[in-house]
Design a protein around this ligand. Structure first.
Ligand code: ZN
Length: 510
């Protein structure tokens, strides 16, 4: 046998092993989906046993010595020489993921998982009772564990790098800090000007009498129009909207069980549709291996935000969608004017709650969290001082102050679950979305006319060839360079916001 066919055989062995691990993981994804959508309350305890047994099996497969040896050998072989080839990316990404898992001591993994479960329970209670003090010891413990985790994984210039890498592989804190602080410096005065304009749309048209079933059906039609393939996916309801992939032809999205308003239902679906179109666009032939998987949370979020905001909140989208909405909801929207609807879906107003924030203020919520969690991890801020620091940043960036901790520092589940380094990926998504969309229009031409006619395939196909089919063959930083010819920047997002909100609020930003 020639040397190259020996390598090929070994590579096939590794792929088969990794695909089986992914298949097991997809069973876990199905259990998680079921837990959110269907599981009866009393079934929770047995589900926890199923999930933790499965997680243990998957972990054991990852740290398996033989698998590690194969990967080490292949990493030194000619197959790994081009990191962007299917073979090279498979080997490098699998090795990278395995090395991280091997570095974490079993005892730390178990303590983190236990503390995360406990943390989420305590957080629910603390938020309900507006009682930060009762949650404090657990948060302190979690920060301590996350420091240990970062140190076990290893880092060079800053500890936060080690945690960020889980969600945004290869990205560095210093780079994210540079881009996000540039964004903050331009965004704070933009939001202040919008607020000072004194203009506010009338959003009451969305709060009227919409039946739950028709809201979901309307949203479903729009999702399908955007390109979500319902032969390979589903739409259900859950307490919080999400998107998950159970297999190469089984992508599931959800919308809130009890939507607050019609627009809440629609935009949750359009957001998850963006995630779903990305999952459905990944190359099926590489399913279960890195070239068939999404690059990072930031790139994933860029797809959801683009369909939600750049498309779904555009004037052109409503030119297409409003006549249909009027037919479906004649009582509530029969008399609604296009301009008024467009203004209403672009209501900008500094608010306390991140998940309800509009397109313009959203990133300021993220900046607060990103800055505070770095300070907590570095020991520059104590958990004792966290609520005050939180409130101070809300005052500085959004001009408002939370009346209590429940709608302040206690509003997100992330820290209680040990998800530190996760928040910035939401803003990275918004930044990438703006850069990709600007590039798409530069290459295809303005998309408004097509959107106005309900034609979204031009954008979807562009995303498919430029982003979805890449899988993990490039990092997020490499992808944006390759697609847009420039690194991650805040200019495109600021440009998009100024262009949209200047005319709507009758303000000039220059
Ligand atoms: Zn999302």
């Amino acid at each position: 046998m020639s040397e190259s066919s020996v390598w090929k055989e070994k590579f096939e062995q590794v792929c088969q092993y990794a695909r089986e691990t992914s298949t097991l993981a997809s069973v876990g994804a199905l259990l998680d989906w079921d837990e959110s959508v269907l599981l009866p309350l009393a079934g929770g305890e047995h589900r926890a046993r199923q999930s933790s047994l499965l997680a243990g099996l998957i972990h054991r497969r990852w740290v398996d010595e033989q698998f590690g040896q194969w990967l080490d050998e292949l990493a030194a072989s000619p197959l790994a020489s081009d990191r962007h080839s299917v073979e090279g990316a498979t080997i490098c990404q699998l090795k990278r993921q395995r090395d991280k898992k091997v570095k974490l001591p079993q005892s730390l993994v178990e303590e983190l998982s236990h503390t995360s479960v406990l943390g989420q329970q305590q957080w629910v209670e603390a938020r309900k009772r507006n009682d930060f003090a009762s949650f404090k010891p657990l948060l302190e413990k979690m920060i301590g564990l996350k420091r240990q985790e970062a140190d076990a994984l290893g880092w060079e210039t800053c500890r936060y790098d080690a945690l960020l890498d889980d969600y945004e592989p290869g990205e560095k804190t210093a780079n994210v800090r540079r881009v996000l602080s540039g964004l903050r410096d331009e965004l704070v005065p933009i939001v202040a000007k919008i607020v000072d304009s004194g203009r506010r749309p009338d959003v009451s048209m969305f709060e009227g009498n919409f039946s739950q079933a028709s809201m979901i059906e309307f949203s479903r039609v729009m999702a399908e129009r955007f390109g979500f393939d319902f032969r390979r996916g589903r739409l259900d309801t859950s307490p919080h909207p999400f998107c998950t992939s159970i297999g190469p032809n089984d992508c599931r999205i959800t919308t809130r069980k009890t939507p607050r308003t019609f627009s809440d239902c629609l935009y949750s679906v359009l957001h998850e549709t963006g995630h779903g179109i990305y999952e459905q666009g990944l190359p099926v032939e590489h399913y279960g291996l890195p070239p068939g998987e999404a690059i990072s949370l930031g790139i994933h979020e860029s797809q959801s935000r683009m369909w939600e905001n750049q498309v779904g909140r555009s004037f052109a989208f409503w030119q297409y969608a409003l006549p249909q909405a009027k037919t479906t909801f004649p009582k509530a929207l029969g008399n609604a004017a296009l301009d008024a609807v467009y203004f209403a879906v672009n209501d900008v107003c500094p608010s306390l709650i991140r998940t309800e924030a509009d397109e313009a203020t959203y990133n300021l919520h993220i900046l607060v969290r990103f800055e505070l969690e770095q300070a907590l991890l570095d020991g520059d801020l104590s958990v004792d001082d966290l609520p005050a620091a939180w409130n101070e940043k809300y005052r500085q960036y959004l001009g408002i102050e939370p009346p209590d901790d429940a709608d302040g520092v206690l509003q997100d589940v992330h820290w209680s679950a040990g998800l530190i380094g996760y928040f910035p990926t939401y803003s990275l998504g918004n930044l990438y979305a703006a850069q990709f969309f600007a590039q798409a229009e530069q290459e295809i031409g303005p998309l408004n006319e097509a959107f106005g006619q309900g034609e979204f395939g031009l954008l979807r196909d562009w995303l498919r060839t430029k982003i979805h089919c890449v899988g993990q063959r490039y990092t997020a930083a490499e992808l944006v360079e390759q697609v847009c010819g420039e690194p991650l920047k805040h200019d495109a997002l600021i440009g998009h916001l100024k262009q949209k909100f200047g005319p709507l609020y009758d303000v000039s930003f220059d």
